[in-house]
Design a protein around this ligand. Structure first.
Ligand code: URA
Length: 229
């Protein structure tokens, strides 16, 4: 007889036997439970249209109550570069596209400086729904959205991830180190090389940091070139 993990745990618990699981196993089981409760198929088998539809219908966290629409991501599904930001703002929520406000215009310029554009890279966020008042994402919101982002990374299979800003960097790396100490070096997100840089909204307030962002972009571009060779 094939027992599901849930059934096995329920039987053991009913027999008074404590079930101890390693931390990442607990995550996997919890995620699978979340998937079967809310969704028909697990997220990691979805193709682009299925993933887009899943995100559009998502009610996994309370942010769905306040959104105008989800903001899935935009760009080339086979991009070498994947840019990951924090969460949609008011303008992105209205238009359904990431980075379309003032910070987005600066991101476009950053991309242009390295010979890329909105439609040659893939741009998305940690969260697909706007947090009210543009507050920071909560841990449970980021966790609820995580499987969507991971599937996007798998499907794009980029040569580099550029994490822009503190929230994206810390969420992707699972740490609380300040961006100033994460930028300027190479990280990994799973098997994908990752570079961290300042968020364009921060650059609008602190333009003197643009030089450092340029250095980060050059580092990322070198990695892409190495992986193309
Ligand atoms: N800031 C982000 O991090 N993402 C957006 O989509 C817009 C602003």
């Amino acid at each position: 007889m094939i027992q599901s993990e849930q059934q096995r745990r329920a039987y053991l618990e009913a027999m008074g036997i404590d079930v101890w699981l390693p931390r990442d196993h607990v995550d996997t089981v919890d995620e699978a439970v979340a998937d079967t409760e809310h969704d028909v198929q697990p997220t990691d088998v979805l193709d682009w249209p299925e993933l887009r539809a899943r995100v559009a219908a998502c009610t996994r966290c309370a942010l769905h109550e306040g959104r105008t629409q989800t903001v899935f991501g935009v760009g080339n599904p086979d991009a070498d570069w994947m840019v990951i930001g924090e969460a949609p703002g008011a303008e992105e929520d209205r238009r359904g596209e990431p980075f379309v406000g003032r910070a987005g215009k600066l991101l476009d310029e950053m991309l242009r400086a390295i010979g890329e554009a909105r439609d040659t890279v893939f741009i998305t966020n940690i969260l697909k729904c706007r947090p009210p008042g543009n507050r920071d994402p909560k841990a449970d919101e980021a966790a609820a959205c995580r499987a969507y982002l991971e599937r996007q990374v798998e499907l794009v299979n980029p040569k580099i991830i550029l994490a822009v800003g503190r929230i994206a960097a810390q969420q992707l790396l699972g740490c609380d180190v300040p961006v100033g100490r994460l930028r300027g070096k190479l990280h990994q997100f799973g098997d994908t090389p990752m570079v961290v840089t300042y968020h364009p909204a921060y650059l609008l307030r602190s333009p003197s940091q643009k030089r450092k962002v340029w250095d980060d972009l050059c580092l990322a571009r070198r990695i892409v070139a190495e992986r193309q060779a």
